[in-house]
Structure formats: structure tokens, C-alpha cells
Design a protein around this ligand. Structure first.
Ligand code: GLV
Length: 310
């Protein structure tokens, strides 16, 4: 009997790694990469950064996996309403985000950009070292990635708070919820990290009003999506000193166009959307566990709630 197909539609180089792990861990499934020339009737599972627009070519599709943590790049209007969509929550992507956020926080906290500039200018000049306990971190979002980042930053003694749409209770973290609580949360935040999903209600949330509610000289780290940020408002806030530094892993559009002022802004550190990446070895385990749960009729992990948008 022919095996069910697991179809992968994303970066083909990483797809080849997925293929090796599938061969080892799930020989009962046939792993194939997009584009598919035959076997459409046997496709039961699809992992994609962006699914194909016409899914009727796969009449037996059971599950769609996002290969990334975010799912704003999906066009849900093209997906059958009852088809479960699962976002990527796997140890590799979580660990990568913890590393990046910690690196960015410590770079700001320990004045890394200022020392780079001083070195270029041949200046040997000590800046006052502040204790971590005096630098307040605020995370926008409280999903799995945000919680892991906060847990790590707490171990470094930074006072940590988080803001999300709904109320959470997390040991050692001051949790704020809802738009009424946003100004209070911002007012106690020296380094703001955006780890929100991009939805209609979070698009352009990083704007002039939000920056004005932060203490003067605060810093921004955006690990969410470029669509969260109003770039002109960021440049204005940096230029007038309301913000001191921005670390941006995402922008809109990507890649950032040549000539954009962010490229050479002295207070901006840019990276090309690499804060975290799904790691094939650990991602395949998580995907296979969800397939097992689906076959056993058990609850799935990481199901996207389409009405919420994440
Ligand atoms: C990357 O941005 C992701 O969503 O995993």
C-alpha cells in the first residue's frame, strides 16, 4: 500500500534536512517537497510558510503546519474553515528567540553600540555600569516565546513585566492586560521587547503614542513583525531622544529597501529576520507528536484560533 504523504513547502535546503529526519523518525510517511507532480490524493499533511492558494488539489488533507511561529503570512480565506492549522512551537525556535532577546537586552544594557562607536573613534572611555536590577524589561505579548524570554531575563535579575490582551498570572512577572493597563506598563519599562502576533489589533502598535508613554531614553527590541512598527514614528522618537536605541529583527517590507534611513542610523541595530529559526530536528518531533495525537483523536498542540488571528 502507498504511504500517506507529508508535503513540505518552504525553504528547500531546510526541507532536505526535514526529509532526513522524516526518513529516520517516520518511515510510515512519504516526505515530499513542493512542487508536487503526482500523489495529490495521498497528501494528508502540509507544512508551509505560505500554503498554496488552491488546496482543493489535496482532497484528503488533514492538518496544516506553519513552519514558523507566526501565521500572519497565511491567507485564511483560502483555507477550508474546518482544517486545523498548527503554529510552530518547538524547542529550537524557542531557544533561538531566548538567545536573541537576551543578546539584544544585554547589548543595550551594557552599551554595546556606544562602545562600538567609541572604538571606531579611538576613544577609551568607561560608561557607568548599571546593575540589571535597575533596568526594567517589558515584554509585549505573553505567548510561549515571550514566556521563555521572560524566564531567562529574570535569571539575570532584570525586573520583568509583560503586557497581553488577556490576564495572566506568572510567578515573578508583573502581568498587565488590556488597553487600559498599557500606559502603566509602558511607564515602568526601560527596554521594551515586542513579541506580539501580528493581528488587526496589534498592527502599528509601536507608534508615536506608545513611544511617548515610555520613560525618556527607553529602548525598543522588535522581534515581532515589521507591521507592528510605524517606522517614521520610530525615527522621530530616536532623533528627539525619547528612544535611545532600537534593535530590529523585522521590518516592512523585507528585505529593507536600499537607501532606507534605518540602514545607517547610528542608534539602530538591524538583523535580517533571524532572531529565531525553526530547527528541523526538534520541529519534526513536535510535528510527529501532533500527527500521532490527530490519529488518536487527542487534543492538538499549537492550534491557531482563526477568529483571534493567532
Ligand atoms: C518567524 O518569523 C516565525 O514566525 O517563525
Amino acid at each position: 500500500m502507498q504511504r500517506p504523504i507529508f508535503l513540505y513547502k518552504a525553504d528547500p535546503v531546510r526541507g532536505a534536512e526535514w526529509a532526513s529526519w522524516f526518513a529516520l523518525k517516520a518511515p510510515q510517511l512519504e516526505f515530499r517537497q513542493w512542487p508536487l507532480e503526482d500523489g495529490h490524493q495521498r497528501v494528508r499533511y502540509l507544512a508551509a510558510w505560505q500554503p498554496p492558494t488552491d488546496l482543493s488539489i489535496f482532497p484528503k488533507l488533514d492538518l496544516i503546519f506553519s513552519v514558523g511561529a507566526g501565521i500572519d503570512q497565511f491567507d485564511f480565506s483560502t483555507l477550508p474553515p474546518a482544517l486545523p492549522v498548527l503554529r510552530m512551537v518547538e524547542p529550537g525556535i524557542i531557544g533561538g528567540m531566548v538567545e536573541y532577546a537576551t543578546l539584544a537586552v544585554l547589548s543595550i544594557h551594557r552599551e554595546w553600540l556606544a562602545y562600538r562607536d567609541q572604538q571606531r573613534a579611538g576613544a577609551w572611555k568607561a560608561l557607568r555600569v548599571r546593575p540589571a536590577g535597575s533596568r526594567r524589561i517589558g515584554v509585549l505579548g505573553l505567548g510561549v516565546l515571550a514566556q521563555a524570554v521572560l524566564a531567562q531575563l529574570r535569571t539575570l535579575s532584570f525586573p520583568c513585566a509583560a503586557w497581553s490582551a488577556s490576564q495572566h498570572v506568572i510567578d515573578g512577572i508583573d502581568c498587565y492586560a488590556g488597553s487600559d493597563a498599557l500606559p502603566t506598563f509602558l511607564g515602568r519599562t526601560d527596554i521594551l521587547i515586542c513579541l506580539l502576533p501580528l493581528t488587526e489589533s496589534t498592527r502599528a502598535i509601536l507608534d508615536r503614542r506608545l513611544f511617548a508613554a515610555l520613560p525618556r531614553g527607553a529602548a525598543l527590541i522588535n522581534c515581532g513583525r515589521g507591521g507592528h512598527l510605524v517606522q517614521a514614528d520610530l525615527l522621530a522618537a530616536l532623533d528627539c531622544g525619547q528612544l535611545s536605541t532600537a534593535v530590529l529583527d523585522v521590518c516592512e517590507p523585507e528585505p529593507l529597501p536600499a537607501g532606507d534611513p534605518l540602514w545607517h542610523h547610528p542608534q539602530v541595530m538591524l538583523t535580517p529576520h533571524i532572531a529565531s529559526m525553526t530547527q528541523p530536528e526538534t520541529a519534526v518531533d513536535v510535528v510527529l507528536e501532533n500527527i500521532r495525537r490527530h490519529l488518536a483523536g487527542e487534543a492538538l498542540n499549537g492550534v491557531v484560533e482563526r477568529n483571534r488571528g493567532y
